[in-house]
Design a protein around this ligand. Structure first.
Ligand SMILES: [Zn+2]
Length: 257
């Protein structure tokens, strides 16, 4: 029987099916703001229609003891009966299997900045909230973060912050003049936080995705991250451009149970 993976992000909701053959099938995508209130019905409908064995929801939220603690980038906090996982953890899990890294950090830069740790091929959650690098303090100018904190990385380099700082969607900025993206103060901070994470965990790889993350020039990221690493630390830094990575990770976690 197939498994269902749902990605509820700050901007989009994506649903994929993991077939018995191991192939993924993209079923549906919506704007989060349009469909978040109906999401339970949509999932139930998919489960009926495709004879789903189990579903897992990857959600842009902080999760502890199976409950959502905070979801600063969602228009409302949905309630679920399904297996639930932080969206960046789903991303890290999927990309670790796809690219074959057992010990890695996955980072998504989209509306917000999320990250997930995979150790020995499994998601490392700490007490639930491990790896919230988007909410590490990186500044001192008092910039407000959507989570209620101040000067968090996300407030300098998340999609909403880039728009606030430049007056343009990151997508436009990449199109008009990509160099502007790297002039944003937050880019350096983003790389510095990656450097610290690698020094702490000695990851073999850092995989970057998300609407913004997947478009970053990896050579620039590598060079900048290198400023914060001892030469003995040399993780592979790669990007992956797959808008369905979170939903696919969720479907794989549904299969694991
Ligand atoms: Zn924050």
């Amino acid at each position: 029987m197939p498994f269902l993976g749902i990605d509820i992000g700050g901007t989009n909701i994506d649903i994929v099916l993991l077939e018995d053959s191991g192939e993924f099938r993209h079923l549906q995508s919506f704007k989060t703001s349009d469909k978040i209130s109906e999401i339970s019905e949509i999932i139930k409908d998919c489960e009926r229609r495709y004879g789903i064995e189990r579903s897992c929801v990857g959600v842009a939220a902080w999760i502890r003891d199976g409950k959502i603690v905070k979801a600063p980038n969602l228009p409302r906090v949905p309630k679920f009966d399904w297996l639930m996982e932080n969206d960046a953890n789903c991303f890290a899990f999927y990309t670790s299997k796809k690219l074959g890294f057992e010990n890695m950090l996955g980072i998504t830069v989209g509306t917000g900045i999320g990250s997930g740790i995979v150790i020995g091929g499994k998601i490392y959650r700490g007490r639930g909230l491990a790896s919230e690098i988007g909410h590490v303090v990186v500044g001192s100018s008092g910039r407000k973060c959507v989570c209620g904190g101040k000067d968090h990385l996300e407030a300098y380099f998340g999609g909403w912050a880039i728009k606030k700082e430049t007056g343009k969607e990151a997508k436009e900025l990449f199109k008009l003049d990509e160099s502007k993206v790297y002039e944003i103060k937050g880019f350096k901070e983003f790389c510095r936080v990656i450097g610290f994470a690698v020094m702490l965990m000695d990851f073999e790889a850092v995989i970057i995705g998300g609407r913004i993350g997947s478009r970053l020039d990896i050579a620039r990221v590598k060079k900048e991250v290198g400023n914060y690493l001892m030469p003995e630390f040399n993780p592979k830094i790669v990007s992956i451009n797959d808008e369905l990575a979170v939903a696919k990770g969720a479907a794989m976690l549904a299969k694991e149970g």
